[in-house]
Design a binder for this molecule. Structure first.
Ligand code: PMP
Length: 381
């Protein structure tokens, strides 16, 4: 019999029934008063939960569009941007910005490590930057950036905006927008929100909105803050058709977050991340990210000697679990496992058991049940 399939890649993540039900609803007119109320409440909740006085934008598109939207609304040709990159997604800002004629300086770490704070400080003192970007959790490396410390540093540079990519972190890792001096936090729905891919979410503080104003008319149309702001303030207005069912799905996800409590959700991710990582290290994998900079939302697992990536992932898929391969120089050497969003104990225990079966079928010696045992004892301690 074929196993049920679990989507354990680092996004999209498993979608719970109540969120799926919102996707399956009969579509409503975007002017339907009930939908307008729902949209309004969603915008409000996103501001309250992330404790910000700033604006929030919910627009159809992916995380990449959110990255582009953050840049388009804050930087223009010949501006200078400092990119702090801990991997593949940090680097994505380079191409986005160079196409606009923005000058970029890139501080890159070895994959698995972080750029030291002193290096960032030195760079910021050397030259005037209109913005700094950092990826909170780089999905290619599983590294979590010290955004609080970077935010503190950027705060002393008046005209420099702090832009944080939260695609693989928001709703799973601690992010306090105003407190951490974040001017723009951007994310997508498909990871720690546990909603299918399709919506971009951006929070923008007063410093970012001020910058938008100074730019005047920008070349981009669909992703212009100025076009969307009136809709965010009054969703009964029209600019471009909102993704009605996606907005309902995100609203349900936010309702689940409210029920759980955002702080409890962060603590759950931390505990789950630690337990999954201990379990997988216990059966021979090693983790790319240095321990003190390790994300809770996913694990990037290096294979023990002699294991074939394609064969292992094929066997794992047959056992009912889909994971992602390594990126860049780590293609073939590592797999990436998401454990964020609305995954529960059933999903996680089943994933570990499937990994053990795939190891067994690939001819590795494995102490069956060991990873599940470690996981449970970590979770129950
Ligand atoms: N940033 C990060 C940290 C990501 O993990 C991803 C997607 N994996 C993106 C940006 C791009 O998002 P999307 O694929 O939704 O365009």
């Amino acid at each position: 019999m074929k196993n049920k399939q679990l989507v354990m890649i680092p996004g999209p993540t498993p979608v719970t029934r109540s969120i799926q039900n919102q996707m399956g609803r009969e579509v409503a007119a975007f002017g339907d008063p009930d939908f307008v109320t729902d949209y309004k409440e969603l915008i409000q909740d996103l501001k309250i939960l992330w404790k910000t006085e700033g604006e929030v934008f919910v627009v159809a598109g992916t995380g990449t569009m959110a990255m582009e939207m953050a840049i388009a609304n804050t930087l223009q040709k010949d501006d200078h941007l400092l990119i702090i990159s801990h991997g593949f997604f940090g680097d994505r800002f380079i191409d986005i910005c160079e196409r606009k004629g923005i000058h970029v300086d890139v501080l890159s770490s070895e994959w698995g490590q972080i750029v030291p704070m002193e290096t960032i400080e030195q760079k910021l003192k050397e030259k005037k930057y209109q913005a700094v970007t950092v990826t909170h959790v780089d999905t290619s490396t599983g590294v979590k950036a010290p955004i609080e410390a970077i935010g503190n540093l950027v705060k002393s540079f008046d005209d420099t905006l702090f832009i944080v990519d939260g695609v693989c972190s928001t709703a799973g890792e601690q992010e306090y927008i105003d407190e951490m001096n974040i001017d723009i936090l951007l994310t997508g729905t498909q990871k720690a929100f546990g909603v299918p891919p399709g919506l971009a979410i951006l929070w923008a503080g007063p410093k970012a909105m001020d910058r938008r104003k100074k730019l005047g008319r920008i070349p981009e149309y669909y992703i212009d803050f100025d076009k969307w702001l009136p809709i965010m303030h009054d969703p009964s207005k029209y600019f471009a058709t909102p993704a009605v069912n996606m907005i309902w799905a995100l609203k349900e996800s936010v309702n689940l977050i409210k029920q759980e409590g955002l702080e409890t959700r962060y603590a759950r991710h931390k505990k789950t991340g630690n337990a999954m990582q201990a379990a997988l290290e216990g059966i021979g994998f090693s983790i790319l990210a240095e321990k003190e900079h390790r994300a809770s939302t996913l694990s990037n697992l290096l294979y023990p000697e002699g294991m074939d990536d394609a064969n292992f992932r094929k066997l794992l898929y047959q056992e009912g679990v889909m994971v992602a391969g390594g990126l860049g120089a780590y293609a073939g050497k590592m797999f990436r496992l998401g454990h964020m969003g609305n995954v529960d104990m059933h999903d996680l225990v089943a994933t570990l058991a499937a990994i053990e079966r795939a190891l067994h079928h690939s001819g590795q010696s494995v102490d069956l049940g060991k990873s599940v045992g470690i996981f449970l004892s970590e979770m129950l301690s």
